[in-house]
Design a protein around this ligand. Structure first.
Ligand SMILES: CC(C)(COP(=O)(O)OP(=O)(O)OC[C@H]1O[C@@H](n2cnc3c(N)ncnc32)[C@H](O)[C@@H]1OP(=O)(O)O)[C@@H](O)C(=O)NCCC(=O)NCCS
Length: 165
């Protein structure tokens, strides 16, 4: 029997994610994914992307070439756990609730697919911690010197978790 091959994510979805990705991440930390990594990740049936506009409204995958993206979140679920892989908002759309809208919509979508707990990992010192704490993520562990910056320096990783059921 041949395994079903999932359909690739529409390239407009990858385009929208990459438009935010390329603006949002500081190259010093090497956190941004390239187009190939995003497209490959979205081939996996358990990997989910949510893209929103500057008003925090979801842009449906079917939107074709339309829709001006301001933020996205990528997650992967396994059984009843989900890992937040990346969240980003374009610099010119920050501090206007777009990140909060992404987290709220993620919680709703994750709950609907049976997720009980969401995990994420963050480099120590990332201001994203304020968003995560606001939404009830609690630190549950640390990995010393886990990330390596572009200049070779090491930064700890902090793991957070949040129950949503
Ligand atoms: C983290 C990030 C997604 C937040 O997006 P955002 O749209 O600015 O977040 P919001 O406006 O919804 O913020 C909601 C709340 O989170 C907190 N918050 C968000 N960013 C903050 C910051 N830089 N400093 C302090 N608090 C912050 C605040 O409590 C804020 O509410 P307030 O503005 O009413 O005070 C965005 O800064 C970003 O893309 N960063 C670069 C990418 C990144 O490092 N992602 C995380 C690792 S994958």
């Amino acid at each position: 029997m041949t395994a079903a091959v999932p359909a690739p994510a529409p390239s407009a979805v990858v385009d929208r994610i990459m438009a935010v990705m390329e603006a949002a991440f500081d190259p010093a930390y090497g956190e941004a994914w390239n187009r190939r990594q995003v497209a490959d990740a979205l081939l996996l049936a358990n990997t989910h992307a949510l893209v929103v506009d500057a008003a925090g409204a979801a842009i449906p995958d079917s939107a074709g070439e339309t829709g001006a993206p301001a933020g996205f979140v990528l997650t992967r679920h396994v059984l009843d756990e989900e890992e937040l892989l990346l969240i980003a908002v374009s610099p010119d759309a920050r501090r206007r609730g777009v990140g909060a809208a992404l987290i709220e919509q993620l919680f709703a979508a994750a709950l609907a697919r049976g997720t009980a707990r969401i995990f994420l990992e963050m480099r120590r010192g990332n201001p994203a911690i304020h968003l995560y704490r606001k939404f009830g993520f609690e630190p549950i562990g640390e990995r010393r010197n886990y990330y390596r910056m572009a200049n070779g320096e090491r930064i700890d990783a902090i793991t957070f978790a949040r129950s949503i059921q």
